[in-house]
Design a protein around this ligand. Structure first.
Ligand code: SAM
Length: 246
């Protein structure tokens, strides 16, 4: 997959692109991430990318010209007319694991990071194919949102994670939150890890984990448990879990 990111602050991506899972995925050629400084698509001496909002009001608005030109230049380099062009905005559809799965199915993505008061509306109306928000809160710029989207998408690409199995049970992948995790030592400051996890009984461990996953999803995210498709065994496990807790 190739991801092109339009931003006023390419340097903000340095850490993410060179570390951990994304860093390794890039090294292995599983993803090609290109940063484009929006200022590089201006034609004036001062590389002006923003201007006062028409109608007055606080702050500055990103001008449409450099953003249109940046996208057009990337599309012509790719030789593609149809590529998802996504504006990160608090007004977009909410990003979820489902959105990440959907985006991971594309060969190319173009992400546009806004800043200041946002982006001239003609970009949303006439250039982008999608608008995505990473949550109902306000960031200073789209960079953090683009990083969140990119991180979620890249870890879904084939071969990026060491163990494909680890994807299956993680939070939000199957609609539930993941079970609690423990590691050595078995007892720390008098706090013991659940004995079932040290029992070596894989059937019991799987049952315990499923029960914990159901219980914590029901308690922490009742909205998710309502939407989850539960097998009859899950319903039994869940009622058992609630009996134990109460
Ligand atoms: N004035 C805009 C509004 O009220 O909708 C908010 C502008 S915000 C301060 C600046 C930029 O941060 C936005 O253009 C967008 O790119 C990004 N941003 C802020 N919150 C976001 C969110 N929740 N999800 C995605 N992008 C966000």
């Amino acid at each position: 997959m190739r991801i092109d990111i339009l931003t006023l602050f390419p340097q903000m991506f340095d850490g993410l692109l060179n570390c951990s899972i994304i860093g390794r995925a890039r090294e292995r050629g599983l993803v090609d991430i290109r940063l484009h400084d929006i200022r590089g698509y201006t034609h004036d001496k001062h590389h002006v990318v923003d201007d006062y909002p028409y109608g007055g009001g606080a702050g500055m608005v990103l001008k449409p010209e450099p953003i249109f030109e940046a996208v057009e230049s990337i599309k012509s380099e790719l030789g593609l007319s149809a590529v998802p062009i996504i504006l990160l905005t608090p007004q977009g559809r909410l990003f979820t694991q489902g959105t990440a799965r959907e985006l991971a199915g594309y060969q190319h993505l173009i992400l546009i990071c806004g800043h200041y008061e946002g982006v001239d509306e003609r970009v949303a109306d006439h250039l982008v194919s999608d608008e995505i928000s990473i949550g109902d809160y306000l960031l200073s710029g789209g960079e953090v949102a683009a990083m969140a989207v990119m991180d979620c998408v890249v870890r879904l690409l084939p071969g990026v994670l060491g163990s494909e199995v680890s994807l299956v049970e993680e939070s939000h992948i199957g609609g539930l939150l993941e079970y609690p995790q423990y590691t050595r030592p078995p007892v720390y400051r008098g706090l013991a890890a659940p004995s079932v996890l040290l029992s070596g009984d894989h059937g019991e461990i799987a049952r315990w984990r499923r029960k914990q996953s159901l219980l914590r999803t029901a308690k922490r995210r009742p909205d998710l448990i309502e939407k989850a498709v539960l097998a009859p065994e899950d319903k039994i496990l869940l009622s058992e879990a609630f009996e134990i807790k109460s």
